[in-house]
Write a protein that binds this ligand. Structure first.
Ligand SMILES: Nc1ncnc2c1ncn2[C@@H]1O[C@H](COP(=O)(O)OP(=O)(O)OP(=O)(O)O)[C@@H](O)[C@H]1O
Length: 864
C-alpha cells in the first residue's frame, strides 16, 4: 500500500535528517476596504506582489514612502473565497496528504485578521471553508466515530469496531444525561452558506477522522475554548505547553473534539468564539484581546487487506495538523484609547508580538549569509507561550504561511513596522517536510473493490447519523439493508433433512425451487447483461457528454479567467487612479494654501512698499527745503566773498596803476638822462593805455628824425633782460640805457658743480654706476601766457640691493622770466626783433619796433 503522510516518529526523524531542503515562509498581504469615502488610503498596489505606502508631506514638505513585496497582495476587492483559494486550499491538500501547516494573521488592531480567519455567518473565513473542503473531500472515507481517541500525549490510539461502538453508546448516554453540553442551534442563528469544493485526488485506502481544538493565549496563559464546562461557568484553568515524543509542541490536556461534518465543526467554532475574549476599543468594536489558535488534526489509518477494517497498529497512524492563528492586533494605547484592563491586555499583546518578531528576526539572522561566524544565536521561543507553541513549526515540522492584514487608513508610521516585519519574515527559511509515501505491501484500490462489489459495505466507514438526538429521543431508524431483492433468487429452499432426499415429493419441491432459481438466475444474468449494456451505452454517452462538457467548462473557465483578470486589472487601475486622484487633491489643497499664503505675503509687501515710498517722499521734501536753504546761504556767502575779493582786486589794481604811474614818471624823466648813458632798455607793451602810448624820443626839446635819433630814444625797457650771447660780436650797437642801471638777475639754468650732462637716458647704468646721488631733469616750455619757462625736476638716486637704482623725485623748480608789468618779455623781444628786421629792410618805421630792434631777439637757451 502506498501511503502519504507524516510518518511515525523514528521514521520521520530519519527522513528529516536526510532532507535539508528549505522553503521560505510564504507571506501574503490583505488590504482591508476603506469604509468611508472621506478616508483616504496611504497604500498603493503596484503589482500582484508589490505595494507602496506613502506619507503625505509634513510641515517641512518632506514626504516618505516605502515599497514592499510579498508572495501575493489581496486588494480590497478580493473576496473571502479568493483569499481562501490562494491561502487555505493548498494547505488542506497538504493536510489530507499528512503534512502539517500553520497560518497566522498579523496586523494592527482592526485590520481584518479575525474577518479573514473566521469571517461571519454569511461570508465565512478561512476556518469555516477549511471544514467544508475537508468534509467534502473525505466524506466517503471517514472512519467510524471513536475509532481514534487522543492518547493525551499528542498522539492517537486506534480502536476496534466493537470498542468504537461501545464508546459511542457511552457518549450517547452522556449526551442524553447532559443535554446542555451538546451544541444546539440557537434561534436566530442563520444557516451558513457552505463552500462547495472538494479535493478529488486523495488517498482512498485509508480511513480519516477529524479532530479540532481551539485555544486562546491571554496574558501569556493558554486557555481551552472548547473546555467541557457549562456555559454559565466562568473560569477555566490555564493549560501548559508540552513537547511530544516527536518534538512537536502541544497544549497538554486540551479538549480535542472529533467532528464528523462541517456543520458540527462550525458549531464548535461558534462555541469557542463566544468564549474568546473580545472587547470594544476605539480601533475595533470587537477587538480580540487574546491570540486564538484553531487546530484541525486529521488522523489517518490504512485499511486492511480486505479493505474492510482499519489496521489497528498505532505506528501506521498518520497525524497531520493545520493551525489557524488569529493574532491579537498590535495597538498603540493612544490610538486605541485604552485604559485600565484593556491597556494591560494591550501591553501583553504587544509583548508577545514583539517576541514573535524577535524570534523570526534571530532565525533570519542565523540563516543569513552575513552570519559569518556561523554561531547560531539562541532563539527565545520560551519567552512567550505564543512562540513556544509554534516552536516546532519554526524548526521545520510543517510549512508556514503568514497573512499581513493592513488597514489602508492607518498611519504611515504604524504600517511601516508591520510591513517591514512581513517582508523580513518572507526571507526566513523553514525545513521542508515532504509527504512521505510508505509502501506497507498491500494492494492499492482495496476500498474500490469492495465498493464495486457492493457487498457488505465497509463497516468501519459507514456513517451513522451523528447528529445530536433531537429532543433527546433516539432515532432507531437504521440504514436500510441496501442489498434488497437482488440477492433473492426465488422462493426459499424447502427445509430438508438428509432423509428427505429420499422423499420424492420433497425432492420434487427442491428441484422445482432450484429450477426456479436457475431460471431466475438466467433472467437475472440476462437482465444484468442488458443492464450492463444499457449502463455501458449510457456511460459512453455520459463520457462523451462529459468530455464535451469538460471542454466547454475549460473554454468557459478560460473566458472566465480572462474576464476575471480584466476585472482585476480594471479594479487595480481604478484603485490606482483613485489613489492618484486623492494625492492630486491633496496636492491641489496644498497648492491652494500656498497660493493664499503667497497672496497675503504679496499684499503685506505691497503695503510695506507704499509705506516706504511715502517715507521717501517726505524725506525728499525735507531734503529739498534743506538744499534750497543751503543754496541761499551759499549764494549769500559767495556774494560776500565776491565783494571782498572784488574790493581786494580793486585795491590791487589801484596799487598797480599807482606803480605804473610812477614808472611812467620815471620814463618821462629819461629825457633828462645824458646821451652817453647807453643802456639796454626793453620796451614793454602795456595793457594800460597810458603805458601803451609810445612817446617819441625828445632831443633837447625838439622832435628828431626817428632814424637819426635812434640810440637816444626814450623807450620802455625791460630791466631784467639779458644780452644774448648769440649776437654777432662784430655788430656794433647803440646802447640806450636808462639813467639808473637795472640789475639783471634772471637765471634760466641751474648751476651744478659736479655734473655730467646727457641728452638721452637709454641705459639704467648711466644713473646707477656713476656714483651720482642726485638727478635733475630739465624741461623747457612755455606757460599759459606763452612765457618761456624752464622746469627742473629734482630727485634722489637710491641704490637698490639688486645692483640697480631707484630715482625718487622730490622737488620741482620752475625758472621763469617774469615782468612786473605782466606779459612775456621774451616773446615781446622776439616780436621786436622781427619788427627791427623789417625796419632795416625799409618797411614802415615805427618807434616801438625800432626799440625792439635794438634789443634783438633773445631766446633763452635751455640747459639739460
Ligand atoms: N476585507 C474586509 N471586508 C469587509 N469588512 C472587513 C474586511 N476586513 C475587516 N473588515 C471589518 O473590519 C472590522 C474589523 O475587523 P477585524 O475584527 O477582523 O479586525 P482585527 O484585525 O481582527 O482586529 P483586532 O486585532 O482588534 O481583533 C470588522 O467589522 C470587519 O467586519
Amino acid at each position: 500500500m502506498k501511503r502519504v503522510g507524516s510518518q511515525p516518529a523514528k521514521l520521520q526523524k530519519k527522513y528529516r535528517a536526510e532532507d535539508d531542503a528549505k522553503d521560505p515562509i510564504q507571506v501574503y498581504c490583505r488590504i482591508r476596504p476603506i469604509q468611508s469615502s472621506l478616508e483616504s488610503s496611504c497604500i498603493k498596489v503596484v503589482s500582484d506582489t508589490e505595494i507602496q505606502i506613502y506619507c503625505p508631506p509634513d510641515e517641512r514638505g518632506i514626504s516618505r514612502e516605502g515599497q514592499f513585496s510579498y508572495k501575493k497582495i489581496f486588494t480590497e476587492y478580493e473576496t473571502q473565497e479568493v483569499v481562501f483559494q490562494d491561502l487555505g486550499l493548498p494547505l488542506i491538500e497538504q493536510l489530507l496528504t499528512g503534512k502539517s501547516s500553520l497560518i497566522f494573521a498579523y496586523g494592527i488592531s482592526g485590520s481584518g485578521k479575525s474577518y479573514t480567519m473566521t469571517g461571519n455567518q454569511e461570508d465565512g473565513g478561512i476556518v469555516g471553508r477549511c471544514f467544508d473542503v475537508i468534509f467534502n473531500s473525505i466524506q466517503n472515507y471517514q472512519a467510524r466515530r471513536f475509532t481514534f481517541k487522543p492518547d493525551k500525549l499528542n498522539g492517537f490510539d486506534v480502536y476496534s469496531m466493537e470498542d468504537a461502538l461501545f464508546f459511542k453508546s457511552e457518549d450517547f448516554k452522556n449526551n442524553v444525561k447532559n443535554p446542555s453540553k451538546t451544541s444546539k442551534k440557537k434561534d436566530g442563528d442563520t444557516d451558513r452558506i457552505p463552500f462547495n469544493y472538494k479535493i478529488m485526488d486523495i488517498e482512498q485506502d485509508v480511513a480519516y477522522s477529524v479532530f479540532i481544538s481551539y485555544v486562546e493565549i491571554y496574558h501569556n496563559y493558554v486557555y481551552d475554548l472548547l473546555e467541557d464546562v457549562s456555559d454559565g461557568e466562568i473560569r477555566r484553568n490555564s493549560k501548559i505547553i508540552r513537547e511530544d515524543s516527536n518534538g512537536n509542541m502541544y497544549v497538554h490536556g486540551v479538549n480535542e473534539q472529533e467532528v464528523f461534518n462541517a456543520d458540527e465543526a462550525f458549531e464548535w467554532l461558534r462555541k469557542g468564539q463566544l468564549r474568546k475574549r473580545t472587547a470594544p476599543t476605539f480601533l475595533n468594536m470587537d477587538s480580540s484581546r487574546s491570540h486564538t489558535v484553531f487546530t484541525i488534526r486529521v488522523v489517518q489509518a490504512p485499511l486492511d487487506t480486505d479493505g474492510v477494517s482499519i489496521i489497528q497498529d498505532k505506528k501506521y497512524t498518520v497525524v497531520s495538523q493545520l493551525s489557524l492563528v488569529d493574532l491579537a492586533g498590535s495597538e498603540r494605547a493612544g490610538k486605541a484609547k485604552t485604559t485600565g484592563q484593556r491597556l494591560q491586555e494591550a501591553g501583553e499583546i504587544n509583548k508577545s508580538l514583539s517576541n514573535l518578531k524577535q524570534c523570526l528576526k534571530i532565525l533570519y539572522e542565523n540563516q543569513s549569509s552575513s552570519n559569518l561566524r556561523n554561531i547560531a544565536e539562541k532563539i527565545p521561543y520560551r519567552t512567550s507561550r505564543l512562540t513556544h507553541l509554534f516552536k516546532s513549526f519554526f524548526e521545520g515540522s510543517g510549512s508556514i504561511r503568514m497573512l499581513i492584514c493592513v488597514n489602508p487608513i492607518s498611519e504611515y508610521t504604524e504600517l511601516l513596522p508591520v510591513l517591514q516585519f512581513g517582508e523580513m519574515s518572507g526571507s526566513v527559511q523553514v525545513k521542508r517536510t515532504t509527504p512521505l509515501r510508505m509502501d506497507i505491501g498491500l494492494t492499492p484500490g482495496r476500498r474500490k473493490v469492495i465498493d464495486v462489489q457492493s457487498i457488505n459495505r465497509i463497516p468501519c466507514v459507514i456513517e451513522e447519523d451523528t447528529r445530536v438526538p433531537q429532543d433527546n429521543k433516539i432515532n432507531y431508524e437504521s440504514k436500510e439493508n441496501c442489498f434488497g431483492s437482488y440477492l433473492n433468487l426465488g422462493p426459499p429452499l424447502p427445509d430438508l433433512e438428509v432423509d428427505d432426499l429420499l422423499d420424492n415429493e420433497k425432492r420434487q419441491q427442491l428441484i422445482t425451487a432450484l429450477d426456479q432459481r436457475i431460471k431466475k438466475k438466467e433472467e437475472l444474468r440476462a437482465l444484468l447483461i442488458t443492464q450492463s449494456n444499457d449502463i455501458r451505452s449510457q456511460i459512453v454517452v455520459l463520457e462523451s457528454n462529459y468530455a464535451g462538457a469538460k471542454q466547454e467548462i475549460n473554454s468557459l473557465q478560460i473566458l472566465r479567467d480572462q474576464d476575471t483578470n480584466k476585472v482585476k486589472q480594471y479594479q487595480n487601475k481604478s484603485f490606482l487612479l483613485e489613489n492618484e486622484l486623492a494625492s492630486l487633491k491633496r496636492k491641489l489643497e496644498f497648492m491652494d494654501n500656498e497660493n493664499k499664503r503667497l497672496k497675503s505675503d504679496l499684499n503685506a509687501k505691497d503695503n510695506m512698499l507704499n509705506q516706504v515710498s511715502v517715507d521717501k517722499d517726505l524725506l525728499k521734501q525735507k531734503y529739498n527745503t534743506k538744499i534750497v536753504k543751503k543754496q541761499e546761504q551759499l549764494s549769500r556767502e559767495f556774494k560776500d566773498k565776491w565783494k571782498v575779493q572784488e574790493n581786494e582786486f580793486e585795491a590791487k589794481l589801484q596799487d598797480k596803476k599807482r606803480k605804473l604811474r610812477h614808472i611812467k614818471n620815471i620814463v618821462e624823466s629819461t629825457e633828462n638822462i645824458p646821451g652817453h648813458f647807453s643802456r639796454r632798455i626793453v620796451k614793454r607793451t602795456l595793457s594800460d593805455e597810458s603805458l601803451n602810448k609810445i612817446e617819441p624820443v625828445v632831443n633837447n626839446g625838439k622832435p628828431t628824425d626817428s632814424k637819426q635819433n635812434e640810440p637816444s630814444q626814450a623807450t620802455l625797457r625791460y630791466l631784467r633782460s639779458r644780452r644774448s650771447k648769440s649776437c654777432d660780436p662784430h655788430e656794433r650797437w647803440i646802447e640806450h640805457k636808462p639813467p639808473v642801471p637795472i640789475p639783471l638777475q634772471t637765471v634760466m639754468q641751474p648751476k651744478l658743480k659736479k655734473r655730467k650732462s646727457i641728452t638721452k637716458l637709454t641705459d639704467a647704468k648711466t644713473v646707477s654706476n656713476n656714483g651720482a646721488s642726485k638727478y635733475c631733469l630739465l624741461t623747457q616750455g612755455s606757460d599759459e601766457q606763452g612765457i618761456p619757462e624752464a622746469k627742473l625736476y629734482k630727485a634722489d638716486i637710491i641704490q637698490t640691493m639688486g645692483g640697480g637704482a631707484q630715482v625718487v623725485f622730490n622737488d620741482v623748480e620752475t625758472l621763469k622770466q617774469d615782468s612786473p608789468l605782466g606779459g612775456s618779455p621774451v616773446k615781446n623781444r622776439i616780436q621786436a626783433y622781427n619788427n627791427e628786421v623789417k625796419a632795416h629792410r625799409g618797411g614802415p618805421e615805427d618807434i616801438q619796433s625800432k626799440c625792439y630792434g635794438i634789443q634783438g631777439g633773445y631766446t633763452p637757451t635751455s640747459r639739460k
